[in-house]
Design a protein. Structure first.
Length: 362
């Protein structure tokens, strides 16, 4: 098999050989790309810095509770998500029945429009999305492995992790971390090619909103006609508040667990505040919004800071596509231009299909 860059940096690979694909990140995009390649005769290696899969669609377990402390659910308003998710098995698939209502800067709660569509998670947590996708592939997944450098040698790609271990050679690499982390990786890429600089500029231009999630647990349960409350005028310290007990299998009977996502302005100002202080502020806001002082005093709390929570915009497409001929791909919510699990899923899947086309010599 020959591997060399052509005049324009394109690959020259005999298409009968299995294509070797290295994927950075096992979020919705990375997992969907591996899924799209599952029966393409490709060998797929995923390198993921966390201990688990599904990235910002994250689930934690504590004291008999399960909670999705990143993405709350996957909406079915994208055709791929709507068809693919049930195909992954309906056992444990949860459609959150209660609607999303709204509140304004004064904390005034109002009924939503009732046009939520389906809001999917799983009784075992939203991480089931990537787990189920990957279970249907032969991809090798290396967890707790952070890639810190990429290089191109002899027409193939190599990834190096923070311990200096080498992964590769790969015919194709697909980078799926949030744009600022992808820009860092591209900045640490040893590839002498005119297309790299415009690519880095395009990725660098994507900024993100920061969200600090506070998780508040209570030994009682109230009923409400809604699952979540979203701040519509973006002028409240709380951006989103939801009741994890509306997801079957997440919270034991008689208990409740609020997921409170603070606004980007609040989150940036209080990103490093001690957990107890941040949770007390979130609990006070929850008590005010729900008009019930019992919410001021959760019996346990948890949190997660998401520095790169949601992309503000998408990246310019042309510099991203220009490097694909050299076997360098990017995917994720920021490529799709929408901070949604379904958008990342589709974007990763479509990148996988383009790589698959490469395998077929199309
Ligand atoms: C608080 C919050 C609430 C949200 N709510 C919703 C919601 O309700 N509904 C919805 O649809 N979307 C929601 N989103 C957005 C949604 O989570 C994302 O759009 C989606 O999960 C992005 O998937 P991705 O695969 O593009 O990226 P990610 O999920 O970020 O996956 C990238 C992966 O790359 C890994 N990685 C990064 N750097 C490296 C490295 N150097 N080496 C190895 N691995 C690396 C990361 O660990 C991660 O697993 C929310 C996000 C947040 C943070």
């Amino acid at each position: 098999m020959s591997h060399r860059d052509g005049p324009a940096g394109s690959r020259d690979r005999e298409s009968t050989e299995p294509i070797r694909v290295g994927v950075v990140g096992a979020g919705a995009a990375g997992a969907a790309a591996a899924y799209a390649l599952r029966d393409a005769g490709a060998t797929v290696t995923i390198v993921e810095k966390s201990g688990g899969v599904c990235g910002r669609a994250a689930t934690r377990r504590r004291e008999g509770c399960r909670y999705d402390h990143g993405a709350n659910y996957v909406k079915d308003d994208d055709e791929l998500a709507a068809s693919l998710i049930p195909e992954l098995g309906t056992e444990g698939l949860v459609d959150i029945e209660e609607p999303v209502w709204t509140f304004d800067a004064d904390g005034e709660v109002a009924e939503g429009h009732g046009d939520d569509g389906r809001k999917w998670t799983w009784s075992e947590g939203i991480t089931q999305l990537a787990k189920r996708l990957l279970a249907r592939t032969d991809a090798a997944v290396h967890r707790r492995t952070r890639v810190e450098a990429i290089d191109r040698a002899g027409g193939t790609w190599h990834l190096t992790d923070t311990d200096g271990a080498d992964y590769g050679p790969f015919d194709v690499v697909l980078l799926t971390p949030p744009a600022p982390q992808t820009a860092d990786l591209l900045g640490a890429t040893d590839w002498d090619d005119d297309r790299l600089e415009p690519l880095i500029d395009a990725v660098d231009a994507v900024s993100y909103r920061t969200i600090r999630t506070l998780v508040l647990h209570y030994p009682f349960r109230e009923s409400y006609p809604w699952y979540g409350l979203v701040n519509v005028d973006k002028d409240h310290a709380v951006g989103w508040l939801s009741r994890e007990e509306c997801k079957s299998g997440h919270v034991p009977d008689g208990e409740s667990l609020l997921v409170v996502q603070m606004s980007p302005a609040w989150s940036e100002a209080h990103y490093d505040d001690p957990l107890d202080d941040a949770a007390a502020a979130a609990a006070d806001h929850a008590a005010d919004l729900l008009g019930d002082d019992r919410y001021r005093d959760p019996d346990w709390v948890d949190d997660q800071g998401w520095r790169y929570a949601l992309p503000e915009s998408g990246a310019e497409t042309e510099p991203l596509r220009a490097v694909e001929a050299a076997g360098l791909y990017v995917a994720g919510d920021w490529v799709a231009g929408e901070g949604r699990v379904a958008a990342a899923l589709r974007n990763g899947y479509e990148a996988g299909e383009r790589i698959r086309g490469e395998q077929a010599g199309e």
